[in-house]
Design a binder for this molecule. Structure first.
Ligand code: NAD
Ligand code: UDP
Length: 327
């Protein structure tokens, strides 16, 4: 198959490129590097079956030649990134998804959209099943991401029912691993980079909020299976083992052997208090479940981030990060 992956230079997109290439397919990656990095796909540059288009998918998107699948992963994904880029996030979730769907329709290709556990907002049902409609504040700071993804799901479903497009919707839960951007602001990369640099480990609030962390190889395997064997209904892909943020901080300190102290910072507005996927659907439909325990996945992520120590990429974000960046 010839597969288009938007967001190919990002964390998940680059691992998906690797997986589709390893399965023998041809991959066309698209990215504008707004949150991704060329290093993530540098190893693919000599690969005959890989090509790359630098392009903003929120504008008209054309790919020459036949296409069998489109996986739409372009979007800022870290809360700090999407708070800085609110309009771009809304545009890539709406216009970008529309363009990616249009490409799939024109080529008669299968379409997979990267949705998120954020569609459940600050959930009132726990764990979250796909049937739960969510608890989202549309005008809060996270609304730019959550509502863009909810719109993406709605338009993907509309292309399925109205145009008969063969579609998939994956609801991804907090995924971590090598190629995360060191200062992207997400909790796993923040804690590891802080521990390695002997900077204070910043727990927001008391650290009692929970997340369920999925190692990237498991996540990509679930997405690949959904693409090949799944159906059009939304499917949670995540690791159901739940941790508090404080437990995560303690584990990172233990695994890095860092002397870094723990510091508490204010809890961001609308930060979900609990998050855990119900993966019954993925288990039964795809025979999928995650295999890599947090301890092992963190060790591999620490090893990756250690290789970047002392480089430009480890430098702290500028003061004011997380505030909307004005043009
Ligand atoms: P990432 O920031 O590493 O990757 C996103 C990529 O999309 C980047 O390379 C970025 O440059 C690119 N991009 C953004 N806007 C673009 C545009 N307009 N045109 C072209 N390229 C654009 O983030 P990630 O963690 O790899 O997330 C990838 C996808 O998975 C996103 O859609 C995200 O919402 C979704 N997701 C990720 C997680 C997670 O835990 N990593 C959880 C839920 C959902
Ligand atoms: N968090 C934290 N310290 C940090 C970064 C994040 O305590 O330095 C918390 C954040 O408030 C949230 C959780 O960790 O409760 C996960 O945050 P992340 O940004 O990784 O993603 P989210 O799941 O909120 O989208």
């Amino acid at each position: 198959m010839r597969i288009v992956i938007t967001g190919a230079a990002g964390f998940l997109g680059s691992h998906l490129c690797d997986r589709f290439l390893a399965e023998g397919h041809e991959v066309v990656g698209i990215d504008n590097f707004v949150t991704g990095h060329p290093d993530n796909i540098a190893h693919l540059m000599g690969e005959q079956r890989f090509s790359f288009i630098r392009h903003d998918v929120s504008t008209f998107t054309y790919v020459p030649g036949p296409v069998d699948g489109v996986l739409h992963f372009a979007s800022p994904a870290s809360p700090v990134d999407y708070l800085e880029l609110p309009i771009q996030t809304l545009k890539v979730g709406s216009l970008g998804t529309h363009n990616a769907l249009g490409l799939a329709k024109a080529k008669g290709a299968r379409f997979l959209m990267a949705s998120t556990s954020e569609v459940y907002g600050d959930p009132l049902e726990h764990p979250q099943k796909e049937s739960y409609w969510g608890n989202v504040n549309p005008v809060g700071p996270r609304g730019v991401y959550d509502e863009a993804k909810r719109f993406s799901e709605a338009i993907t479903m509309a292309y399925h029912t109205y145009h008969g497009l063969d579609t998939r919707i994956v609801r991804i839960f907090n995924t971590y691993g090598p190629r995360m951007r060191p200062r992207d602001g997400r909790v796993v990369s923040n804690f590891i980079v802080q521990a390695l640099n002997h900077e204070p480990i910043t727990i927001y609030g008391e650290g009692n909020q929970t997340r369920s962390f999925c190692y990237v190889d498991d996540e990509v395997d679930g997405i690949y299976r959904l693409f090949v064997h799944g159906d059009h209904q939304p499917t949670n892909i995540g690791n159901p083992t739940e941790y508090t943020v404080r437990q995560l901080a303690e584990l990172v300190v233990e695994l890095t052997g860092s002397p870094a102290p723990i510091e508490h910072r204010p809890l961001p507005q609308d930060d979900p208090r609990l998050r855990q996927p119900d993966i019954t659907r993925a288990r039964t439909m795809l025979g999928w479940e995650p295999r890599v325990p947090l301890r092992d996945g963190l060790a591999r992520t620490i090893a990756f981030l250690r290789t970047l120590l002392g480089t430009e990429r480890m430098r702290p974000r500028v003061v004011g990060a997380g505030q909307p960046r004005r043009a």
